[in-house]
Ligand binder design. Structure first.
Ligand code: HEC
Length: 132
């Protein structure tokens, strides 16, 4: 037969475990919420292309493609220049296109692109440079 104190101890243990689980469970949920916001998928068509149109297509389009680089379509961006690829899917550091903007070399002769807009392109490259 169980003594009242044993039952109390057992209940305390159960409540303790429940609290521990709840506390442990809270952290990942919070992390997931933050992750969902920061890792929102960037759309090429809706976010990246308008930025390229604003800063780059004047010199990199079907009509006027400096170095053969066309930045007015997804295929053009991924097709690269006469010298090769300018976007490496998933790898910002290996992407010449990012490099040229970050260093201020592009847009050629124009004002540097604001960091917020470059960040959108970087996020899209990091997410795999998808046609989305
Ligand atoms: C006023 C014209 C002009 C604008 C605007 C411009 N570019 Fe360029 N771009 C050039 C010229 C000219 C070259 C080749 C000579 C050089 O590298 O400076 C070039 C070269 C490049 C290269 C190097 C390609 C290679 O394989 O070496 C990349 C990448 C590039 N541009 C990206 C961009 C991006 C991204 C933008 C917009 C943010 C942009 N350019 C805006 C004229 C322009």
């Amino acid at each position: 037969m169980l003594l009242r104190s044993d039952i109390t101890a057992a209940l305390a243990a159960v409540v303790g475990i429940a609290l521990a689980v709840q506390t442990d469970g809270n952290t990942p949920v919070k992390d997931n919420a933050i992750t969902a916001v920061t890792q929102r998928e960037v759309s090429f068509a809706e976010e990246v292309l308008p930025i390229l149109e604003k800063y780059c297509v004047e010199c990199h389009s079907e009509d006027n493609a400096e170095l053969g680089l066309k930045l007015d379509t997804y295929e053009g961006v991924m097709g690269g220049s006469d010298y090769g690829t300018v976007v490496e899917a998933g790898d910002v550091d290996a992407s010449l296109l990012i490099d040229m903007i970050a260093s201020g070399d592009m847009p050629d002769g124009g004002d540097p692109m604001p960091a917020e807009e470059l960040d959108v392109i970087k996020a899209w490259v990091t997410e795999g440079a998808q046609k989305n």
